[in-house]
Write a protein that binds this ligand. Structure first.
Ligand code: SF4
Length: 345
């Protein structure tokens, strides 16, 4: 039966497109069945994202306010000091996050900056949080260095399909992205890799983006699915909005193709209704960014997320991977205490 098949890495285009074309209810039913086979359906992982170096990026990603090529009014800021990062991570933990993600707007890190980031990774881990960084393209030895520092996850999104990629970014290639992902894997770091929808791509592009991810030698452990947040001054400001049901379909197909990955409902939640977010959780999303900023764009307030989770009976997922006797969900042990005692942000 579909729901119990082992994860595959040989998806064909027509198979993935056929999933996108399923009647909505059939697609969601299948996605929910797969989700329940691998995860507690009522637990969602919480990550908090901090911009540790903002703006002045030489790349030309058409969605990004941090590119130096677009006039978005964003104020560039240098790499944060270690103490600032530690304080932000401690606050994220107190608010119930289990993973702390740090993003720097670089094409690729300089070795001296990488050393500073390695120090941040060590400090954040010492607080008992999982760590993730996104720093741009990495050389093999840089990935090794981050692994030595104890980094848990490296985020590097493929953004869109190989066919649509040139419409979005011209300063690096799709193959460059895959190369960095391979270096991250070789270093033994977990991979966080997804993309953005609502960038004028077709349904076939969305299918191809997910097919590339699912056909990697190993599925990414985290798959962020972002909805474009349109920022005035960026080339994609004014792009035709995506049908919300197509967003949910993308989540559902990601769940079907990568059954053991955490699928993260990422950027764009402020422009989604709570009903739409609930539909995404039903379709298999089981991770969110939690905290009021996503690098340079807004994110729902902590108390709004808490209230939504309460209404839906969703609990935050704890980070302990230990499995309780008889429990089929290795990720499901919830750290409800951290959630219920967290101060209001
Ligand atoms: S997405 Fe990253 S690489 Fe692209 S412009 Fe923004 S900060 Fe630079």
């Amino acid at each position: 039966m579909f729901e119990t098949q082992a994860p595959r890495h040989d998806w064909r285009s027509e198979e993935v497109q056929a999933l996108f074309a399923l009647p909505f209810n059939d697609l969601l039913f299948r996605a929910q069945a797969v989700h329940r086979a691998h995860f507690d359906p009522n637990a969602v992982q919480l990550s908090t994202l901090l911009s540790i170096k903002t703006g002045a990026c030489p790349e030309d990603c058409a969605y990004c306010p941090q590119s130096a090529r677009f006039d978005t009014g964003l104020k560039a800021e240098p790499l944060l000091a270690l103490g600032e990062v530690r304080a932000a991570a401690a606050e994220a933990k107190a608010n119930g996050a289990t993973r702390f993600c740090m993003g720097a707007a670089w094409r690729s890190p300089k070795d001296r900056d990488l050393e500073k980031v390695a120090e941040m990774v060590r400090e954040v881990k010492a607080l008992g949080l999982e760590t993730c960084v996104t720093l741009g393209m990495l050389k093999p030895q840089q990935a090794q260095r981050l692994a030595q520092a104890g980094l848990d996850y490296y985020n590097h999104n493929i953004d869109t399909s190989p066919e649509h990629y040139g419409q979005i970014i011209t300063t690096r290639t799709f193959e460059d992205r895959l190369e960095t992902l391979a270096h991250v894997r070789e270093a033994g770091i977990n991979v966080c890799c997804g993309g953005i929808v609502g960038m004028g791509e077709s349904s076939t592009d969305r299918a191809e983006m997910l097919r590339v991810l699912a056909n990697l030698p190993e599925h990414p452990e985290s798959v962020p699915i972002n909805e474009l947040v349109q920022v005035p001054g960026t080339p994609l400001d004014g792009a035709a909005p995506l049908d919300p049901f197509d967003f949910v379909r993308t989540i559902a197909v990601a769940r079907l193709l990568m059954p053991r990955a955490h699928v993260r409902l990422s950027a764009g939640r402020t422009q989604m209704s709570e009903e739409l977010q609930a539909l995404c959780f039903f379709a298999g999303a089981n991770s969110i960014f939690y905290g009021e900023r996503l690098l340079t764009t807004a994110n729902p307030q902590n108390e709004k997320d808490r209230a939504l989770f309460q209404r839906l009976g969703i609990k935050p997922e704890g980070r302990a991977p230990a499995q309780e006797p008889g429990c089929p969900h290795p990720h499901a042990h919830q750290d409800a205490a951290a959630w219920t005692t967290a101060p209001q942000a």
